[in-house]
Ligand binder design. Structure first.
Ligand code: SAM
Length: 259
């Protein structure tokens, strides 16, 4: 999979991309990350990428020309992509006003062979970029950062670990929190006893069916305790529902899924 990232700060990506599973994915040919400095598409002496907002007010706004030029020179003539053009891949603008990123969106994006990502700075980008260049807008949460570089790293990371062959255990992502609509069960490793705290006996039993059932139940209990809202949308079996009903009937303080 190929990512084209348009940014004013390409240098901030390398330390993370070169020190993680992403680097291994790149070495194995599963991932290509191309960083493009928007400033390279300016034509004035000062390489200006931002200007004062029309209408006044504080802060600066990223100018449209270098962003359009950068994206068009890398992807081809895509101007008007959001209206009627045919860009070769989704063009994502990072903005706190976009749809909120989650595991389902990570999975959706991981099915694309290529993604372009535009990182904003200052007060954000000129509105014409949003209206006439981008095809998608993504937020990583309801808070405001100084730039789109961290959101871009988060999206690249979450998407890449879903690509076939990137993780050692191909089934790993299927059990992860949010993948199947529940939070994941707790993990333990050696030693079997640490400062008097023992690993649950079932995990040392070697009985794979019992371990699988225990994990499923832990996953259900954890989701009920921490994110009961997720249970409303999760795909639950009859056995899951019975387990939760029994638990609720013996634990009056247990949250209901509507809380
Ligand atoms: N003035 C903008 C607003 O209120 O919507 C916020 C601009 S923010 C200071 C600068 C840039 O950081 C944005 O253009 C965007 O690229 C990035 N950014 C900040 N918070 C973000 C978030 N939660 N998700 C995705 N990108 C974000």
């Amino acid at each position: 999979m190929r990512f084209d990232i348009f940014t004013l700060l390409p240098e901030v990506f390398s330390p993370y991309f070169q020190a993680s599973i992403l680097q291994k994915a790149a070495e194995r040919g599963l991932l290509e990350i191309h960083l493009h400095n928007i400033r390279d598409w300016t034509h004035d002496r000062h390489h200006t990428t931002d200007d004062l907002p029309y209408g006044g007010g504080g802060g600066m706004v990223m100018k449209p020309e270098p962003i359009f030029e950068a994206v068009e020179s890398v992807l081809g003539p895509v101007a008007g992509a959001a209206d009627d053009g045919q860009p070769p891949c989704p063009i994502i603008l990072l903005t706190p006003q976009g749809r909120v990123f989650n595991q389902a969106i990570a999975l959706e994006l991981s099915r694309q062979p290529r993604l372009a990502i535009i990182c904003g700075r200052y007060e954000g980008v000129d509105e014409r970029v949003r209206e006439h260049l981008v095809t998608d807008e993504i937020s990583i949460g309801d808070y405001v950062l100084t730039g789109g570089e961290l959101p871009a790293m988060i999206i690249v990371d979450a998407v890449t670990r879903l690509l076939p062959g990137v993780l050692g255990d191909p089934d790993g992502p299927m059990d992860d929190s949010h993948a199947g609509g529940l939070l994941e069960y707790p993990h333990y490793t050696r030693p079997p006893e640490f400062r008097g705290w023992r690993v649950p006996d079932v995990l040392l039993s070697g009985d794979h069916a019992r371990i699988a059932r225990w994990r499923r139940e832990q996953s259900l209990l954890r989701t009920l305790a921490r994110r009961p809202d997720l249970l409303d949308k999760a795909a639950l079996s009859e056995q899951d529902r019975r387990f939760l009903d029994e638990y609720r009937s013996t634990s009056p303080q247990a949250p209901s899924s509507k809380e």
